[in-house]
Design a protein around this ligand. Sequence first.
Ligand code: ASP
Ligand code: MG
Length: 410
Amino acid sequence: MALIVQKYGGTSVGNPDRIKNVAKRVAEYRSRGDQVVVVVSAMSGVTDNLIKLAKEIMSLPSEREMDMLLATGEQQTIALTAIALHNLGVKAVSLTGAQAGIVTDGVHTKAKIHNITPKKVHELLDQGNVVIVAGFQGETREGQITTLGRGGSDLTAIALAAALKADLCQIYTDVDGVYTADPRIVPNAKKLPEISYDEMLELASLGAKVMQSRSVEFAKKFGVVFEVRSSLNENPGTIVKEETKSMEDVVVRGVALDKNQAKVTLIGVPDKPGVAAKVFKALGDATVNVDMIVQNISHGSLQTATNTPTTDISFTTDKADLLKAQKVIDGLKKELGFNDVLTDEKIGKLSIVGVGMKSHTGVAGKMFDVLAKEGVNIGMISTSEIKISVTIDLAKGEAATRAVHAAFIG
Ligand code: ASP
Ligand code: MG
């Protein structure tokens, strides 16, 4: 007898028929004698709608009240799922996050799980129930309802799987698993049978948003192996787990194109200690999310007023943050005395990710060669142990993604 945690996202429980389907799947596992804990999200659109309602009343509502409000979305789905199971003659009980023993800190709307005491869950399982737990929510030690940040039901499932020492954790969603690239861009992208936590995290941060990143970090920390798979078919999904030696045989696990970045370049910045610190501290204070940063070496040009050597600094940020970033930079102009600011919204960030890069050489050279043959100019470059990212002309982004995918993956 295995203990299985299954998480169903918003689209998987998006209407009564989908909920009945979920119940059917759960019932099947149950009939094999397995114990099943089901974590559900709010029905798709419900959380967004609740946020909209609140904002129609007040633009900056209290975060405590937002948690009170948003937690109701998941509470609807747990009850509906329990009812769907009862309808199939399966014993089932729904629990809120608090009833399931999920204790969080007090940071409303993005609380962190403090600990889980799943005594009630165990009791109900032992009495032969399927236990259905509301995702995305918990309770502080003082009994305040909290939520775990958007997409937080993933975290509930992973954390419960860890606390219950589950044999299997399945994350059901509306895609078949994790692909080597976005199939809308690369039609022959392949579903990956497995991927390491770190690769999954890199791909998520590159815009391949299959799961909430925090929950993947949590899974890595606690060694929770999980499967991402579709609730709409029976296909096996992608197993996400600790890196194994054989994973390194594959150099590039995935190719991702992020179309959502913009570039800012400061021209003629004084090349002296503390300047970059000022720029990026100010951006951070304004909560501008900075991704890539490149600083040129000074090449002899001097700032005339002060006779200091100058350099150029470029960085990328989300398109949504560009205006905010520009405002911050404009505000520094007097103090730092740079010559000009350029912005470019027509960039794409193309990345390849794979743990195999740790032990293979020539990967960057091959990628740049493919791009050169495609006539694609490289702007900025950044690398980590398992990732190479370049900025390129957005108009050539999709063709470049296909070419790089063909060269490394097929
Ligand atoms: N319902 C929440 C959201 O939409 C949590 C989740 O779906 O995981 O963000
Ligand atoms: Mg969701």
